[in-house]
Design a protein around this ligand. Sequence first.
Ligand SMILES: *Cc1c(COP(=O)(O)O)cnc(C)c1O
Length: 388
Amino acid sequence: MSQFDLPVAGARLCIDLDAVCDNWRLLRARVGGANCAAVVKADAYGLGAERVAPALQAAGCRHFFVAHLGEGLRLREVLGGGAQIFVLHGVHPGAEAECAGGHLTPVLNSLAQVAAWQGTAARAGRALPAVLQVDTGMARLGMEADEWALLAATPGRLAGINVRFMMSHLVSAEDPADPTSGRQLARFQTLRERMPGLGASLANSSGIFLGPDYHFDLVRPGAALYGLAPVRGQANPMRPVIRLQGQVLQIRSIAAGTPVGYSHTWVATRESRIATVAVGYADGYLRSLGNRGRVSFEGQQLPVVGTVSMDTITVDATEVPRERLGEGSLIDLADPENDADAIADRASTIGYEILTGLGRRYARCYLGGGEGPRGTEAIGKRAALLVR
Ligand SMILES: *Cc1c(COP(=O)(O)O)cnc(C)c1O
């Protein structure tokens, strides 16, 4: 038994790779002829790029995005030569040879970066691939319209660079009513006309749902692959991917009037049974969920009471019959009924932050993706098969 197996670990995170692949297929079906990439930066949003990316590759995905060069180099080892790997942060001065050696495609965000990459290609004696990013409204990364015009007017600047496509990133695609997306689309199309024939990519997960005008030649979903809702205020069409369960360490019976936890932020108003569960903010169970979080046991919802500690939370389990819940019982902290988006709402953040914050102390189990039970059963049932 390793440090990461239950019952040695405090909690278990199950990740359904078949659901990730189904989500990718659903998005691919929505974009018709466009390529559907997978964004696997930040360790596939906390779910484990070394498991997620090969599963997606086996499902037919050929284009992968990471943020950092280091993530790209590691992913190249995992995926082998067949995959196209794009590095969103591009290539920093001094790291060009590493990037070229890993056969990674940097996203270039300025004319200076284009020039540096051209120099690398010249030294390598071969054309090197790149993506060109234009800014359409984020003011974060990418070339301005005047830089783009200069590039279009002096094609020699791109000699030796094999430009795969141009891209930009949407500001608020998850809100279909926000006019910003339409403005960005118009800017993107205008910039695109300056370099006719170049492939293009604009949409993240949510952008895919803004309609075919946003699809171009390649879409770049991340969040929706991992089960997050792509469209705010609408039913989530994605399959749930994670189930997180924490072990009960102790059940305490307390009298009415007894305060619980650091700073005594909660006081029992009745005789209560408090279950202490082995997950805390060090595991990504955010401190802002103190007195706001919800967990469940055998489908019954229970409130998190008191503050979230580094390694534990306290749950009001008074409503659960005494004989059903004890030390070692597993409490559902995240499941299809209480998913990362729902947790995020209560913590005043977004599902992205919940996923990428998932801790490293969990016992992790991966379902599907060519290993373990397959099929369409609910992740809950399949995870239950793995309960020790
Ligand atoms: C992270 C990222 C994506 C993926 O966005 P999701 O909202 O997770 O689908 C796509 N493009 C860029 C440039 C990104 O930084």
